[in-house]
Design a protein around this ligand. Structure first.
Ligand code: GLU
Length: 399
């Protein structure tokens, strides 16, 4: 793939409509644009496509901006289409003047009471373009008819705004979701009418649920910020999203953002839909937590693990499954004498059986079936609180 078109700087954009929160599909599109721009030393634009006044909401724009911030996807410029109407209007006027568009008299209907709209004069031709991901794409535009590009001179519509912006902003590569593929011939017709060069297109395949259906909320189509609340690190989410529909061509699966920038390549994006796998995301997250400095790791684990609730223990859950109450009590009593020395406790556990010692200790400290390991718990809780919890477990076992 050519790194620069006619020595022009690479410019890409992510163009979300603020009609909903930023979901993982949008985050992945943003990531691919970001990685490509960074790798090519290009420019990454964030363009809020808020021309639909009824559906666009401030809270969604806030959510999109906060998601970008949390993910660390830095953009070079930010635009809002609602602030650019004058620019679009000037193009509508130009198109009316040069005859590539015309005022069309309409028969008013209940849905559309207008008696006039502005339509593009469709040259009715075949349009071929080379999509970086999908290869050769060909459309006959005859069936599109003369598309409406503005409700009136002062009310430009979506496709016109997109094309004008891509042109005015010098966008060289349009990297976006596959759902926009059918918009491309319409947009190319408008480009040709305004004399804009054609950008390179890359349409990214959809993200699917495990049963290959459309991704729903249950299967993972949640707002990016919900992953934040679930304890997913931004670097984990980015790493996981990079692997959704793209692969580095090696066995490596855990990447930092700078590693991704280094190796990302549009031509390795797959054509087929990518399946969202929540378990894999969790695994990627665990691997990234391991990469954090110990102190941050503990802070992170502590946040996940509610250390302020004194655990409510069920006596039968304290012993390891092949052990019994008496043995669990003996082990905990011995552990108490070794605390806070993690290394001595580990040595004892190796001698007496890891499960026999570490399970009751972990359960005594957390009161949970699943939790971080007991050594981490002791670090989070501190010596005094850990001892208190082990004593409490011994007391229950002694009843
Ligand atoms: N505004 C469109 C969306 O939210 C994206 C348009 C584009 O990338 O060309 O899906």
């Amino acid at each position: 793939m050519t790194e620069e078109i006619n020595n022009k700087k690479i410019v890409v954009r992510m163009a979300p409509s603020p009609t909903g929160n930023l979901h993982i599909g949008g985050a992945r599109t943003a990531l691919f644009n970001f990685l490509f721009a960074q790798k090519q030393n290009g420019k990454f634009i964030l363009r809020i496509e808020d021309t639909d006044k009824e559906r666009s909401k401030q809270e969604f724009e806030d959510n999109i901006l906060e998601s970008f911030e949390w993910l660390g996807l830095k953009y070079d410029e930010l635009f809002r289409q609602s602030e650019r109407t004058e620019i679009y209007v000037s193009y509508v006027k130009k198109m009316l003047e040069n005859g590539s568009a015309y005022i069309s008299k309409e028969t008013p209907t209940e849905e559309n009471p207008r008696t006039e709209v502005i339509r593009l004069k469709n040259p009715n031709k075949k349009i071929d373009f080379e999509d970086v991901i999908r290869g050769e794409v060909s459309f006959d535009t005859t069936e599109l008819g003369d598309l409406v590009i503005a409700k009136s001179v002062n009310e430009p519509l979506y496709h016109l705004a997109v094309v004008v912006d891509d042109f005015e902003m010098g966008v060289t590569h349009v990297i976006r979701g596959e759902e926009h593929l059918s918009n491309t011939p319409r947009q190319i017709l408008i480009q040709e009418a305004i004399g804009a060069p054609r950008p390179i297109y890359a349409h990214i395949p959809l993200i699917l649920a495990p049963d290959r259906s459309k991704l729903s909320k249950r299967a993972g189509a949640v707002s990016v910020l919900e992953y934040k609340n679930q304890g997913i690190l931004p670097e984990s989410l980015l790493n996981y999203l990079a692997l959704l529909g793209w692969n580095p061509g090696t066995e490596q699966e855990i990447f930092t953002l700078s590693e991704l920038i280094e190796i990302f390549d549009l031509s390795r994006i797959h054509k087929g839909g990518a399946i969202f796998d929540a378990k894999k995301l969790d695994w990627v997250n665990k691997e990234h937590i391991k990469l954090l400095p110990r102190e941050e790791q503990l802070k992170f684990i502590a946040k996940e693990f509610d250390a302020t609730t004194t655990p409510v223990l069920e006596i039968e859950k304290i012993p390891w499954k092949t052990s019994n109450i008496l043995e669990a009590k003996t082990h905990l009593e011995h552990v108490l004498t070794l605390m806070p020395h993690g290394d001595l406790i580990m040595k004892y556990a190796e001698e007496a059986g890891k499960g026999n010692v570490l399970w009751p200790l972990r359960y005594a400290l957390s009161g949970l079936e699943k939790s971080p390991d007991p050594m981490t718990l002791m670090e989070i809780l501190g010596g005094e609180e850990s001892k208190k919890r082990v004593e409490a477990a011994i007391k229950i076992l002694g009843q």
